[in-house]
Design a protein around this ligand. Structure first.
Ligand code: AMP
Length: 416
């Protein structure tokens, strides 16, 4: 496997899969350019090494060509951050001449790959009542035309770099299939390298004690991670809406709190497995409850397993945060995914905010801290702690699947 640090880019054209799927407002202003900035070190490395760049990305979920999803809207920002005027290919399948004309130091960005169904390899425009046969036939057609689509992208370049961690869990044309055209000339970009090494450090090579903090709304969306981590960590702190399914599984009253009745057996199994393995499971004893799902609701603090009817658990109480604090401060490796309460509402953001601050403190004390998942990353950013933890993951779904122990197609395609 080649390495971006030692590869000779001189006179070469590098096609780079980036994740420039940034949020835009109604006037096409970028509201958060984190993902573009995250790819800049890789892009600058190629240019500094005497290479040229062909950038490819998706933006949003178009069903075909649509101005709203055009990557031309982000061209000025990419040019500004790179310090190079970026050229644009308005059709990613018709860029032969522009790619061929690229000179060292020049950059060409291809239009949104997902204007073509071939990028994802999924048929479009199927009637809702299409039969299984018809679906299968349509899929076969798109898979067939996908071959030419990938070959065309590959034909533009001498080497391939994948730096799009956000889509590493997808086996798409640009994230995985294209790699086979560059058996000796494929590599990860710096962002991918950073993400992979941070997550693999937590999963495979952690300094103990190791603690995972899992929050968010539902047990069902975190069960894969819980099951994978329970074999690897010393402690698990559970927060957010997930708590109440566990409370009910233990016979407590959850009032009107979020609770997944169909996950109660799963919760019981996790409780048993943790006990058998000696993994510490921490929920905190008290929660802040509200009489409505609203920032202005009446609130009070109650025992987590004695929530009155008409009230719902919205955040961990300060006494629970104190319990979490002791666990965090004695840990050497910490992973955080998912908020501990309904943090979008100021009244219920306390525990999530406290957790961000505790992770910053633990990092300053020498612990390795990894934060991932859209909401916990948003919380850490909003609270100004992003540069006070060891690593903030850019990939939501990709990180979740990685933590579940799955092999990500984007990583496999480069390594194999
Ligand atoms: P997830 O996408 O699964 O990480 O869930 C994030 C969402 O969980 C956020 O929108 C939070 O508002 C929500 N959440 C956290 N705690 C609770 C709770 N106690 N009740 C309902 N929703 C919650």
């Amino acid at each position: 496997m080649k390495n971006i640090d030692t590869y000779d880019f001189s006179g070469k054209k590098a096609i780079v899969r980036v994740d420039f799927n940034v949020p835009l407002d109604d006037s096409f202003n970028i509201t958060d350019d984190t993902r573009i900035r995250a790819a800049i070190p890789t892009l600058k490395k190629v240019l500094a090494g005497g290479g040229s760049l062909i950038l490819m990305s998706h933006l949003g979920r178009p069903k075909g060509p649509a101005d709203k999803f055009s990557l031309k809207h982000i061209l000025p920002r990419v040019s500004e951050l790179l310090g190079v005027s970026v050229q644009f290919a308005p059709d990613c399948q018709q860029a032969d001449a522009q790619a061929a004309a690229l000179r060292p130091g020049e950059v060409l960005m291809l239009e949104n790959l997902r204007f073509y169904a071939e990028e994802e390899g999924k048929p479009r425009g199927l009637a809702e009542d299409a039969s299984e046969e018809e679906k299968k036939a349509a899929k076969a057609v798109v898979k067939e035309s996908q071959k030419a689509f990938v070959a065309k992208l590959a034909s533009y370049a001498d080497c391939y770099i994948n730096d799009a961690f956000g889509t590493a869990h997808r086996a798409h044309a640009s994230t995985a299939l294209i790699a086979k055209y560059f058996p000796e000339d494929k590599m990860f970009g710096y962002l991918m390298e950073g993400e992979i090494s941070a997550i693999e450090k937590v999963l495979n090579n952690p300094e103990h004690p190791t603690t995972a903090i899992l929050g968010g709304a539902k047990v069902s969306s975190k069960i894969g991670i819980l099951e994978n981590l329970i074999d690897r960590v010393d402690n698990i702190i559970i927060g957010g809406g997930m708590v109440y399914t566990f409370v009910k599984a233990q016979g407590g009253s959850v009032g009107n709190s979020l609770c997944e009745d169909d996950q109660i057996d799963t919760a019981k199994a996790i409780l048993e497995k943790a006990a058998a393995k000696g993994v510490g499971l921490y929920f905190g004893d008290e929660v802040i409850v509200a009489d409505a799902f609203s920032n202005d609701a009446a609130t009070k603090i109650v025992a987590k397993d004695a929530i009155p009817d008409g009230w719902m658990g919205m955040d961990a109480a300060p006494s629970s945060v104190e319990t979490f604090r002791k666990v965090i401060m004695s840990s050497r490796t910490i992973l955080w995914n998912g908020p501990l309460g309904v943090f979008e509402m100021e009244a219920f953001a306390g525990a999530t905010r406290a957790m961000a601050s505790m992770l910053a403190e633990a990092t300053a004390n020498g612990a390795f801290t990894l934060v991932g998942g859209g909401d916990s990353v948003a919380a850490v950013n909003k609270m100004g702690y992003a540069d006070k933890v060891s690593y903030v993951s850019t990939g939501g779904g990709a990180m979740l699947e990685f933590l579940e122990g799955k092999e990500l197609p984007g990583i496999k395609a480069i390594r194999e």
